[in-house]
Design a protein around this ligand. Structure first.
Ligand code: FE2
Length: 187
């Protein structure tokens, strides 16, 4: 395991394992997904993808959940722990976070980081959007449905997912096309 991945796993475990065991299971599943996609990228990028996958939801940790908007809380906490601004920006913008930031009135805060809009970023979104809350592989449509059921019709997360669905689906479809082109099985 690379130094970056060892560090990322340790940090993610410290934030999530005890207070949020289900979230910890989810991020480990997302990291497994990311490992499937990692061979599409040069080694250092594949490592970045996997490290970011295990860290993407640390902002749910009660220790650092300051605004209640987990991509922002996670990015802020990680920016104090690493100088890897690309990793922090990927966490800040994971899975269409800018749309939820708009709904929460936190867009200005999120613009501290830029969404790189690359195949690597698509692969992170794909890994998150095709992994269940328990860390199992799941189809995108099922994942979207489950989120809306879990949060309920009145929750801001449900509004967010409805608005973000086309962009999330785009990242998923682009990544799956790239995986097929690379001959990587991801079912
Ligand atoms: Fe998340």
């Amino acid at each position: 395991m690379s130094d970056l991945m060892t560090w990322a796993r340790e940090r993610a475990a410290a934030f999530l394992e005890v207070p949020l065991p289900r979230r910890w299971a989810h991020v480990q599943g997302v990291a497994d997904r990311a490992e499937q996609a990692a061979p599409m990228f040069p080694d250092a990028e594949g490592e970045l993808l996997t490290a970011t996958s295990v860290l993407h939801d640390v902002g749910y940790s009660p220790e650092i959940a300051k605004t209640g908007f987990h991509p922002l809380d996670g990015a802020r906490a990680l920016s104090e722990a690493t100088s890897n601004t690309r990793l922090v920006a990927l966490v800040a913008h994971h899975s269409c976070a800018y749309r939820e930031a708009e709904l929460r009135g936190l867009s200005a805060e999120l613009t501290e980081w830029v969404d790189e809009e690359t195949p690597l970023r698509d692969a992170l979104w794909w890994a998150d959007m095709t992994t269940s809350p328990d860390g199992e592989p799941v189809a995108f449509d099922e994942r979207i449905k489950e989120i809306q059921q879990r949060y309920g019709p009145q929750d801001v997360v449900t509004f967010f997912v409805r608005q973000a669905e086309p962009e999330l689906r785009g990242a998923v479809e682009r990544t799956e096309a790239r995986l097929r082109a690379a001959g990587i099985s991801y079912e």
